[in-house]
Design a binder for this molecule. Structure first.
Ligand SMILES: [Zn+2]
Length: 627
């Protein structure tokens, strides 16, 4: 995935000892494990629910086990039955526990006879945390409703009753019915030529963790981008998306050259409506992507490099718990950089690494100590702490550090061996470290000490000798920004005509938190940043302009926030509004307008910002009766 604050919230509740049961799941995998799931579901847009049944194939581990315990959230459970070898059903007793805010409702099924298969009839709720239902008006083409899932981190349980932990892998088959004018797709092998007959079948033959379960349905057109890749999107978007992502096949080739064969068959991309809360989600065979990367010049396609890289790091070798998520995201961000370098050159890959490193340097000091660690200690860090980008950016930085010390020949073959060794397994940080020690550190002595490794994994902050790439283009921008801020270089004379998306991002990221108002106005007059169609630039511009006190940009900033539900691009706008005089009230109005189109995760994120701001403004207000 790219950028996941909701996961940070889940992780914060976290903390477990290595190999302990997953604290974010009720499942008891030492008793029994789900090895395969058969779904038979109907998509009902009018009632906003998926309805049908899930049949779980079970591998009983403990002969004494009495129950099958599953994760659910807001599911209406109908009948639960055991299936015998002939498929004959017999009813099982079950209890659904009261709902826990974070974990959902524990479903305990009495199954002392250890059936091989258990079938659960159920329906999802219209507010399922892992599904978003859009009206036709909330889509690009405004003709048909749209539905999509986002299961990571712990939302699969809101649309399938299962063991919802990344440590547990299963294969699946699905039969899904839907209205005849929509196409259903899943994180499985999809048939681009499938007739719109309202009846779809899917199979995922590789064992995957539950957070990779994915489904979408809507008015979807398809366009091939290569022999094993295609783009799915609404009809008015699909040609533009296929052009933007025309390098997909080259990306797969580049990744295969580095890390061995792509093991999943096809690699397709689904472009979602702008309410998709993330940049991308690496659902197997079918990356889900935000339309905000369709800027026309391929400048943001490293998002696809990232999601594709997950086919090795994350989907093939998976973090066993959310505490180990850096094994997914740090490795993926590193591999993403290598794919970007192979296709678009070292300068761009270095610029993207620098952008994220600089952001992390700015933010890491403000995080709780435990949140600064790649592998947090087994204790809670507080559910409202923002863990931000440590898993991604400190994780990939650690791998670039190792690459620098060992050289690419040794390090590339080490990483390839790591993916092969742990293929289709879910592992902990400590399992990764044991492999690292034996196969890199001790095999090539004298390059990296074990203390250095420990400092990266368990230490706070960023290690002193962390290597940074250099970028002469960014250096030039640093000089120009400084002269511009000093007033010695007028905004119109910035050498920005040829700046890429990344160069604008870097320029804007380096502005002071609250720049001088007249500087911001001059910048906008010269470069027309207000109203930019590029949401990466827009997010940075609006948040700085609002902080500078420029109320003229509020309307355009509000339009950006209403139009785009991707949390990473929307959060800074709300954060800037609530800090501005009169901004909290305005932000509340913006949110009231935006809310119906936002994903449940985005709603939760904005509501937290507003709630926090209301609390602070109540604190700042003079107490009643005070002089
Ligand atoms: Zn990712």
């Amino acid at each position: 995935m790219q950028f996941l604050p909701a996961l940070a919230i889940a992780m914060a509740a976290l903390p477990l000892a290595a190999h302990a049961a997953d604290p974010l799941s009720y499942a008891e995998p030492a008793e029994v494990r789900v090895t395969h799931v058969d779904l038979d579901l109907a998509v009902d847009f009018s009632s906003r629910e998926l309805r049908g049944d899930a049949t779980l194939t079970l591998d009983w581990k403990n002969p004494e086990a009495a129950n099958l315990v599953l994760d659910t959230r807001d599911l209406a459970i109908g009948k639960v039955s055991a299936l015998d070898a002939e498929g004959k059903a017999s009813a099982l007793e079950f209890t659904l526990a009261p709902r826990d805010e974070e974990l959902g409702s524990k479903l305990t099924i009495a199954a002392p006879m250890h059936p091989t298969k258990v079938r659960i009839a159920y329906a999802t709720s219209p507010g399922a945390s892992g599904l978003q239902w859009l009206t036709p008006d909330q889509t690009a083409d405004r003709k048909h409703p749209f539905m999509f899932s986002q299961s990571e981190s712990i939302h699969a349980r809101s649309w399938v009753p299962l063991q919802d932990s990344p440590a547990i892998r299963f294969t699946f088959k699905a039969h899904v019915t839907a209205p005849k004018d929509v196409r259903v797709v899943m994180g499985a092998l999809n048939d681009a030529g499938h007739a719109l007959d309202g009846d779809f079948r899917f199979e995922q033959p590789q064992p995957i963790p539950s957070y990779l379960l994915a489904i979408a349905a809507g008015d979807l057109a398809v366009k091939e981008t290569g022999p094993r890749s295609a783009v799915y999107a609404e009809p008015s978007v699909v040609a533009r998306a296929a052009r933007e992502f025309e390098d997909t096949e080259k990306m797969i080739d580049a990744a295969e050259k580095l890390y061995g064969p792509y093991r999943w068959g096809r690699y397709d991309i689904l472009v979602l409506p702008p309410s998709f809360p993330y940049g991308g989600m690496e659902n197997p065979n079918l990356t889900f992507a935000t339309p905000t990367v369709l800027v026309g010049d391929k400048s943001l396609v490293s998002l696809i490099a990232h999601e594709l890289a997950h086919s090795w790091s994350g989907n093939l070798v998976t973090s066993a718990s959310w505490r180990d998520i850096w094994l997914n995201e740090g490795f993926t961000t590193y591999v993403q950089g290598r794919i970007t370098e192979a296709l678009y050159g070292k300068a761009l890959a270095d610029e993207e690494a620098l952008l994220s490193a600089r952001e992390l340097e700015k933010s890491i000091g403000g995080m709780p100590e435990n949140a600064q660690r790649l592998a947090p200690e087994p204790r809670a860090v507080g559910a409202d702490d923002n863990l931000s980008d440590v898993a991604y950016d400190k994780g990939s930085w650690f791998l670039r550090f190792l690459e620098g010390r060992y050289g690419r020949a040794v390090f590339d073959s080490y990483i390839r061996g790591y993916f092969d060794h742990f293929a289709f397994q879910s592992i902990s940080t400590e399992q990764m470290l044991a492999y690292l020690k034996a196969n890199l550190i001790e095999k090539h002595p004298g390059k990296v000490s074990w203390d250095e490794v420990n400092d990266w994994i368990y230490g706070t902050g960023i290690p002193k000798d962390a290597p940074l790439p250099t970028s002469s283009r960014f250096d030039a921008i640093d000089r120009q920004r400084k002269a511009f801020l000093d007033g010695t270089l007028p905004a119109g004379e910035l050498d920005a005509k040829e700046w890429s998306t990344q160069e604008w991002m870097y320029f804007l990221d380096g502005l002071p938190e609250a720049p001088a108002l007249e500087r911001m106005r001059a910048l906008d007059a010269a470069w027309k940043l207000t109203g930019t169609p590029n949401a990466e630039i827009g997010m940075r511009w609006y948040s700085h302009a609002i902080a500078a006190g420029d109320t003229d940009v509020w309307k355009a900033a509000a339009e950006h926030a209403v139009r785009i539900g991707r949390m990473y691009l929307t959060r800074p706008i709300y954060q800037a509004f609530v800090k501005a005089p009169g901004g909290l009230k305005y932000a509340e109005q913006v949110y009231a307008k935006a809310k119906p189109g936002y994903h449940p995760l985005t709603q939760r994120m904005v509501e937290r910002i507003l709630e926090e701001a209301r609390k602070n403004s109540a604190k700042d207000a003079p107490a009643a009766g005070a002089a």
